[in-house]
Structure formats: C-alpha cells, structure tokens
Ligand binder design. Structure first.
Ligand code: CP
Length: 310
C-alpha cells in the first residue's frame, strides 16, 4: 500500500463511496486484528474512552452482535437501542431521535434501518460517525467487506475470480454491496434469480445477469446464495417456495458445474432447503461461519479506521 495513503472516511455509508485502496486498507487492518479474537484475553485498549451506539430498527443477529463484540474487544463503551425500545414508536422522527442521541456525544452511531438512504440522511444531521449496518434495499457495506475478506482468505486473491450470486437480488442490500465490492476488486460477478427479483440496471453496478442458475454458476469460484427478502415484498413475486427451490435453489446439481474448488457463501439468516441445500450449508466447501468470524475482524477494522484509534 502507498505509504502516503491515509484512510479519510468519517462515515461508512456504502462501498460505492470507497476506492480500491480504501477497501484494501480495511481488509489489511481486519487481517491484522483477527488474531485478537483467538487470544485468551480478547481485549485491546485501542478504542478506550470511545462511545458507540448500536441503533437497530430491524432484527439482526450477526451484524448487531458482531459490531458490539468488535467494539468491546477494542475497549469502547457500547450502548444498544432498538426501534421498539426508542421513542420513535411514540411518533418521534428518526432525525429527532438521532439528534437526541448525538446530544449525548457518542463517537459513532451504527444504524440499521428499513429505508434506503437512512444512514446517509443521519450522517447529514449529526456530528458523530455513522456506520451503515444495512439500509433498506440499498447497501450493507460491512457485510460486503467481510465477504471480500472471506474470499481473499479462502482463495488468496479476489481479482480474476468468478462470483455467482443467486437469489433475491432486487431486495438484497448484501447483493448490492457485494456486486460493487467484488467488481471494484477485479472479480467478475454474475447474478441469477427469478426475473421479478432481478432489478433493472443491475449491470450498471457491475454484474452480468444470467437467466439460468446453471449458467451463472458454471466455472464459478464462489457461489453465494441469498435469502428471499419476503419482508420487503408487497405482492408475491414467484409462485411458491417449493418452485423457487426447484428452479433457483443452490443444490448439489448446481454446485457440480462450478469450479471443483468453489466455496459456498451465505450472509445469513439461511432458509434451509429453500435457497440452499442444508448439506451444502454444513459441508466442507461452506465458509458461512468463517464469514461470521471475519465479520468481527472487519468491524474492528472499520471502528478503528473511522474513529482514528491510537
Ligand atoms: N448478514 C446479516 O446482516 O445478518 P443479520 O441480519 O443477522 O445481521
């Protein structure tokens, strides 16, 4: 990396804002922090005295907990607030709630919200750093970064790989961050799913579209299955889950056409037997739990780089 390079982002709103060098800086920092999680005492003083608020308007297992684990491993003080536990249920706006949180002088607010653009809106109204933990169908940048780290760890590189992303591309912020991130890092990304779940203009993000899953996965180095985001769909967009599983599920038959060394990824939560065969989820090619482990390292790196830890 260029010795003159300095990470200069105050916020993490989307990978669209990050350069290749920014992404490399996060991955390199995460790789150096990963070892902390295997120590018997998993704590360093790097972010001592920093205050971090997790503000989650949607359910989350992995992202909320791994941001909290990451912050605590770096000795930051963390606080959690959810939609149901906040005064937004009494009619307060997101901006008013956020300004009140900001009045308590946190260094960073980590936001998950059902509306695309919510993180950017918040960043325009408060002084604290804002980290986007998933905004509507827009982006989930820390997931994109942990997926990049997991592929680099498994394959030794990202450039030149073929990444097949299968499922609900239209409603998946994970898909959007991954298409942007993998394309920037020199991989070729192919997506496939029901036509109703492929958004118009996805090619402009950097992906090719394949009408069949077999064609998308042919020769792929990485197969990423995505959950159908039924909570974001107003009307039924495919006939049934059984039909979806038959045509678009990642099964042994699908994986057979990929590279013999292909790895299987899924951001979670998995709907077993719908988008992914459970035997593949638990099999030797699966790196799904490595993704979760790397999530902690990537989030430690992001907090460190964004809050300028000593
Ligand atoms: N991958 C992911 O965002 O999972 P959670 O919804 O559990 O945070």
């Amino acid at each position: 990396m260029d010795p003159e390079y300095r990470f200069s982002h105050k916020h993490l709103l989307g990978l669209a804002d990050f350069s290749v060098t920014d992404i490399q800086a996060v991955l390199q920092t995460a790789e150096s922090f990963k070892e902390i999680s295997s120590r018997s005492i998993k704590k360093v003083p790097t972010l001592r005295g920093k205050t971090i608020i997790n503000f989650f308007f949607e359910p989350s297992t992995r992202t909320r907990l791994s941001f909290e684990v990451a912050a605590k491993r770096m000795s930051a003080d963390t606080f959690n607030i959810s939609n149901s536990g906040s005064s937004t249920v009494k009619g307060e706006t997101l901006i008013d709630t956020a300004k009140n949180l900001a009045a308590m002088n946190p260094d960073c607010i980590i936001l998950r919200h059902p509306c695309s653009g919510a993180a950017r809106l918040l960043a325009g109204h408060i002084n604290a750093s804002v980290l986007n933990a998933g905004d509507g169908t827009h982006e989930h940048p820390s997931q994109g970064l942990l997926d990049l780290m997991t592929v680099r760890e498994a394959k030794g590189r990202i450039a030149g790989l073929k990444i097949a992303i299968i499922g609900d591309i239209a409603h998946s912020r994970v898909a959007h961050s991954n298409i942007i991130g993998f394309s920037k890092m020199g991989a070729s990304v192919v997506v496939s799913g029901p036509a109703t779940l492929i958004p118009p203009g996805v090619e402009e993000l950097g992906a090719k579209v394949s009408k069949t899953v077999l064609k998308a996965v042919e020769g792929a180095d990485v197969i990423m299955a995505l959950r159908i985001q039924q909570e974001r769909q107003q009307d039924p967009l495919f006939p049934s889950l059984r039909e979806y599983a038959n045509f678009f599920g990642v099964t042994q038959k699908v994986v057979a056409v990929a590279s013999p060394e292909a790895i299987i990824m899924h951001p979670g939560p998995i709907n077993r037997g719908v988008e992914l065969d459970p035997k593949l989820a638990d099999g030797s090619r699966s790196v799904i739990l490595e993704q979760v482990a790397n999530g902690v390292a990537v989030r430690m790196a992001l907090l460190y780089l964004i809050m300028g830890g000593d």
